[in-house]
Design a protein around this ligand. Sequence first.
Ligand SMILES: Cc1ncc(COP(=O)(O)O)c(C=O)c1O
Length: 453
Amino acid sequence: MSKVMHNIEAKTPKSSDMYSKTGEVLAQEIVDTVTMPYPIYIHSGKGSKLTDVDGNEYIDLVGGFGPHVLGNAPKVVTTALKTAVDKGVQFGLQNPYQEPFARLLVESIPCAEKVIFCNSGTEASMFAIRAARSFTGKTKIAMFEGGFHGAHDYVLAKVVPDSNIDEPDFYSMGQGIPEETQSTVKMLPYLNDKAFDLIRKHADELALVMIEPVQGSNPRLDVADFLTELVKVCKEAGVLCLFDEVITGFRLAFGGAQEFFGLEPDMAIFGKAPGGGLPLGVVAGRADIMEVFTRQFDIYDDVSAGVSHEPSVFTAGTFSGNPLTMAAGKAVVTYMRDHPEIYQSLSKNGTRLAEEVNEFCQREEIPGVMSSALSLFYFRMQPGGTIKSVRDINKYTLKEADDLFCLNLLDRGVIMSPMHIGYISAEHTPEDIDIAINAIKESLLEVRKAGLI
Ligand SMILES: Cc1ncc(COP(=O)(O)O)c(C=O)c1O
C-alpha cells in the first residue's frame, strides 16, 4: 500500500492541504474515500476527464455520481446556463422554462402523464411515497433488498444479512431514524418470486412497491422477466408500482429502464441525468395519481361545518423548478432526444469495458467482477460465487484488496468512485476505455503482487 500511497501523496499536496482545513468547519464527509489520508479535490471537469487541484488529469469513471451522460460540462448545458444566469438565478415565482421542460419529460418518459419538480432524488422519493399513500389510502411501502431510494427516513432500510432469504428483515441505516418508521416498510427479496407472494399477502396495507429497475449496487440486464411480473402483480393486487429511475433515467435508454424493458409502471422518480448536472428531482406518473399534487388545499375549509375539500399532497421547495435547473434540464434532455446515437456509443463502450475486465479476471484467476448495465457498472473484488442479491455482495467483498485496487487506479490516472459504482459518458472515446481497461488490469496485478488476492 505504501508505495502507491507515497506516489499519490507526492502528486496531490494541495488536496492534502485542503482536507487538513476541512474538518475544522465541515462536519460532513462529502463522500467517503478509499483508505486514504485525504480525498482528491477536483478543480474542473471537461468531457471524459477530471483535473484535480494539483493539475493531475484523470479519466473520469465517477460521472458526477451519475448525471453526466454527456460528460463533464457539455456545451449544450453550459451555453444554456450562461444565457439563463444573466437573467437571474432564482425567483421563487414561476419561470418560462418550467412548462416546456415538463412537457419534454412527459413526451420522453413512458409512464409520465404529469410530473412535478423538486431538487434531488431523495426529495422525489419522499414526495412519491406521500402521493402513493394519499392516492391509495394505505400506508406501507415495499422495497427490495439492495435497493437505494435516497437519504430520507422512510427508505434507509438495509437487509439483515442472515435473515430469511424469502422474507428478509431489515434495519434502519445509521442513527437518528425513529423506530416507528420501520413499521411502514416491507422489505422484499430481490430476484426472488417469493416477493410476489409477499405483495399479494400484504396488498391491503401496501400503498407502493418501489424498485430500482437496475440496481446501482448490482447492475445487470437480466431482470426483464422479474420487472414484467412485478408490474403485473402490483396491478392485480391494487398496489402502485414505482420505478426509481434516478440512475437509469436517460442513461440506460433515453426513456429510461421503462423504455429499455418496454414496461409502464404507475409512477417513476428521476434525478441526476435530466438535470444536466444541476440538482433536480422529478416525480412522474399517471395523471390520476399525480392529481394528488394539484388539488388545491382550501385554507377556508370549514371542517366543523362539513365543508372540506380533499387536501392536496404537500410539496414545497424554495428551489424547486428554479430557472437554472430548468434551463439546463431542458437543454440536456433535448440534446439526448435529438442524438439517439449517444446511446449506441454508451452501450458499446460500457459493454466492452465490462467484458474485457471480466475476461481478464477469469483468465488470470483474479477474484474481480465488473457487474454492468451498459454505461453503468460496479466493480468489486469478489472471490467467486454468483451475485444475485446484495447478500452475496456483502458476504464476499475483499475490502483491503478493493482499496488497493482503487489507489493503483488513481496512480495510473483513472478515477473511480470510492463506492466503486462507475459511469461512463458519451464523451468517453474508445481510447479512454482502452486506457481505463489497461489501468484496471495493471492495478489488479499490483493487488495480486501485494498478496491480497
Ligand atoms: C436509485 C437512487 N434513488 C435515489 C437516489 C437519491 O438521489 P439524490 O442523491 O439526488 O438525493 C439515488 C442517489 O444516488 C439513487 O441512486
